[in-house]
Design a protein. Structure first.
Lengths: 404, 432
């Protein structure tokens, strides 16, 4: 047993907290030995609003997962989302140093350093530097080592977040005396387990629509070229329905779950639904189009914003997103969401099937981010191309908070 | 929906001698009160209407007889051109005339459309002038559409903030919400919204008049209204449900439940005080009133007992109107009162009301926000039952509704937390 360690994958979502416990054996394989999903509190739009409330439910979920696996967590991998996360694409450039113009290790390091040297404003922290392809004298190359050329370039998709908000998430975990080994943004975690390598190669857009945020990651030619967080989720749909139908949040939530669809169709015109359906005073009938039109407006707006963000980054090329859109997250349960995505994004779209090779109960969308965290716990550090480590900066941040 | 609020039947008594002054301020306010007089009110001496504007043409076009052009030397009667500074100076220049116009009344009702120069900036000045009298001040302020310029929305927001501190009750009426009113005439949604504004303000004014001026089965008077609105600041919510026909009780309750003004994004979770007036025909017996009262008591979450009133109006057989006026968040810190402001209102209160005020403050057991959550556990509010939840929001004391305390969700100048259908001006039909 001494050679194995237990990692906890923790996602503090707006609606729920997901915890998975994985036992890593000799750095080789991973067994999922415990899991727990609990309602989240004190979190809105993916960000912690009430640290104590959030801590309480996360701690309870961690303890429950430890209890049902009869083990103790050694270290935690934590998911991060929120609109404070931003990404930038930067290119590092170096002139090949040796007189024979053959690229050596030192040149590659030089180019990478150059891409990552951009300093962030005070209060921002890098979470990921995700490597994109190299190019040698303008020609893309997978591995430039020992190739001949003069100018070596490498691109990076770098994600950074508000230091205080990241620290807040760390605080929650430190509050139960656990160390956070790494933070991985939710979209990347979900994408890692939901996509096959072939899909990553042909290009795919994973959209994880949760309770408070919609996180997406775009893969092109096997690389993560863009991630994004839109602070809109199922909570907004509920709120829109509550205001539009003039009912309480609970009734709005019921309408969403029981009668909701992500697009309006003319057949809705004749349909009516009851508020309570129990013949009590105050019960009343609503036209179904009121529900479907409100939801359609909201959900298609989210997809429209994603499309605009890809267009702004000059990454919206349907031919390069051949595997289409893969939808996950709690709000992907909404009827017709794939059709809505198809209409707005003009891409093929389907619901995530859940990763292969895990137990049926863990294939539910609610676990995809946490499974992705375990994936990185096992392989993250070694994965060459898609290196996720931001190195010392994150370490520093984590280290800093070990003191309190 | 159109059956509401005729004017009082001829021959009704005005036992109280109460005087009400309605002031339409700026272009939108002038238009609205102009239509009020034509449709809704008959002059019986108890209610006076006047209009105040910087735009001479708009005043000339108004059917209201009592007019005040402010800032003539500044704008030459050409309006404020959307400039708040001009609107403010215009009102400042004519303070004396405004004071004279308001005169000695018991209730001042300000009607203003916010976002422009005159209404947004002159209304606070006028409110301040009015606050130096003993009168109770209520303001109905319409807010710009979401698709209007950010500048207009900012101006409106600033003005709301100022007005809230100066008047006893401010009822915000967002145009976006009223866009949903009226029939499915998709081509002229904005005109619909304006017509709806006029209608809602007309309803409100008439509800108040009936309540204050007519002797009721259960009587409410100026004292009741004063008690409701005794502190300045906080938030005031108005709602009304009207129906006629055999099933009018059930239908009026249904209409009230979906009254758009009770479902604003920033509606309070809990009211401090609520006043409900029921107006029905001769068939409205006391037992029916009790039935309605018990229904409503369950629906609203109110810290104090709900104050009910009921009026029988023989002209309204088989029709029912339920009018709700609520106040919330009266413990929000108020800005420093302007000189002379506090004394004048306090002096006008009856002794018993001042006592109420003190006990209300003493009873306020709402925890301060900074307290550690775990310490609050024991005090946590009960989860409301499904009935009550109709009028509640999950989060307390919200200014931005459910997403209060979160960062603004701005994308290309729009706040994404505002429902998409509202920002897009999409009309949602919720009635069968």
């Amino acid at each position: 047993m001494s050679a194995s360690k237990v990692v906890g994958a923790v996602e503090i979502g707006t609606t729920k907290v997901a915890v998975l416990l994985g036992e890593i054996l000799e750095g080789e394989g991973l067994n999922i030995i415990g899991h727990c999903v609990a309602s989240s509190k004190g979190v809105k739009k993916g960000e912690i609003q009430d640290l104590n409330a959030a801590s309480d439910c996360v701690h309870a979920a961690i303890l429950e997962a430890e209890k049902n696996s009869n083990s103790r967590i050694d270290e935690v991998y934590l998911a991060q989302t929120g609109s404070h996360l931003q990404g930038t694409f930067s290119v590092g450039t170096t002139n090949v140093s040796s007189p024979d113009n053959i690229v050596r290790e030192i040149d590659i390091e030089q180019a990478k350093e150059d891409a990552k040297r951009r300093k962030l404003p005070v209060g921002r922290t890098y979470l990921h530097h995700i490597q994109n392809p190299f190019s040698l004298d303008g020609q893309p190359v997978d591995s430039p080592l020992m190739r001949e050329g003069e100018r070596l370039q490498v691109g990076y998709w770098s994600v950074h977040g508000d230091s205080n908000k990241v620290k807040n998430s760390l605080r929650v975990i430190h509050g139960i005396d656990l160390d956070v080994n790494d933070i991985i943004i939710s979209s990347i975690a979900s994408g890692a387990v939901l996509l096959e390598d072939a899909e990553k190669e042909s290009g795919a857009l994973v959209i994880d629509m949760g309770g408070g945020t919609t996180d997406y990651v775009l893969y092109r030619k096997g690389y993560i070229v863009k991630t994004g967080v839109i602070p809109i989720g199922g909570d907004h749909i509920t709120n829109d329905l509550s205001l539009g139908l003039r009912v309480g949040r609970r009734s709005a939530e019921d309408f969403k779950v029981n009668n909701g669809r992500a697009y309006y169709e003319s057949a809705d015109q004749e349909e009516k639904v009851w508020l309570f359906g129990d013949l009590t005073i105050g019960d009343r009938e609503y036209p179904l189009p009121a529900i479907t039109k409100i939801i359609e407006a909201r959900v298609s707006e989210v997809f429209q914003i994603i499309k605009e963000q890809l267009e702004d980054a000059e990454l919206y090329h349907p031919a390069e997103i051949a595997s289409g859109v893969i939808l996950t997250g709690g709000s992907s349960q909404l009827d017709g969401i794939d059709e809505c995505a198809r209409r707005v994004l003009k891409l093929e779209a389907h619901l995530a099937q859940g990763p292969r090779g895990v137990a049926e109960e863990l294939r539910h969308p609610r676990y995809s981010t946490a499974l992705g965290l375990l994936h990185y716990a096992l392989t993250g550090q070694d994965e060459k191309q898609r290196s996720l480590k931001s190195g010392s900066l994150l370490r520093k941040l984590t280290g800093f908070f070990n003191f309190d | 929906m159109e059956t509401s609020t005729d004017s009082l039947p001829p021959g009704s008594e005005f036992p109280s001698g109460i005087k009400i002054k309605i002031l339409g301020i700026g272009g939108a306010g002038t238009n609205t009160v102009g239509r009020l007089e034509l449709d809704e009110l008959d002059a019986k001496g108890e209610t006076e209407i006047a209009v105040i504007n910087t735009d001479a043409q708009s005043l000339a076009d108004s059917p209201i007889k009592e007019k005040l052009l402010i800032g003539r030397s500044l704008t030459r009667g050409l309006g404020a051109g959307g400039e708040v500074e001009i609107g403010r100076q215009a009102a400042e220049l004519d303070r004396e005339a405004i004071e004279k116009l308001i005169g000695e009344v018991d209730l001042v009702v300000l009607v203003v459309g916010l976002g422009g120069g005159t209404g947004s900036a002159a209304a606070p000045v006028i409110a301040e002038v009015a606050s130096k009298t003993d009168a109770l001040i209520l303001a109905f302020a319409t807010l710009p559409f979401n698709f209007e310029s950010e500048r207009r929305r900012k101006i409106a927001e600033g003005s709301i903030g100022e007005l809230r501190q100066l008047v006893h009750g401010l009822v915000p009426i967002p145009n976006d919400v009223l866009l949903q009113e009226g029939e499915a005439d998709e081509d002229v949604p904005m005109l619909n919204a304006f017509a709806a504004t006029d209608r809602w303000i007309g309803r409100a004014v008439n509800c108040l008049r009936i309540m204050l001026l007519k002797a009721g089965l259960i009587n409410l008077d100026l004292g009741s209204l004063r008690a409701l609105l005794r502190e300045r600041g906080g938030r005031t919510v108005f709602g009304v449900g009207v129906a006629s026909g055999e099933d009018c009780v059930k239908e009026a309750l249904g209409e009230l439940a979906i009254c758009p003004l009770l479902h604003l994004g920033d509606r309070p979770e809990r009211f401090d005080r609520i006043l409900i007036n029921i107006v029905g025909g001769a068939d409205l017996g006391i037992s029916r009133v009790h039935q309605i009262m018990s229904q409503l008591s369950k629906r609203f979450n109110c810290r104090e007992d709900i104050i009910f009133g009921a009026v029988v109006d023989p002209a309204r057989n088989q029709s029912l109107e339920i009018c709700v006026l609520g106040k919330a968040g009266v413990d929000v810190p108020e800005s420093t009162p302007r000189p002379g402001e506090v004394e004048s209102t306090a002096g006008s209160m009856m002794a018993s009301e001042s006592l109420n005020l003190e006990s209300a403050i003493a009873q306020d057991d709402r925890p301060p926000r900074t307290v550690h959550q775990s310490k609050l556990r024991g005090k946590k509010r009960q989860v409301p039952d499904a009935d009550q939840e109709e009028f509640l929001f999950v989060e307390a004391d919200a200014q931005r509704g459910y997403f209060e305390k979160t960062d603004r969700n701005l994308y290309k100048g729009e706040d994404l937390d505002v429902p998409t259908f509202m920002r897009n001006g999409l009309k949602i039909k919720i009635k069968i």
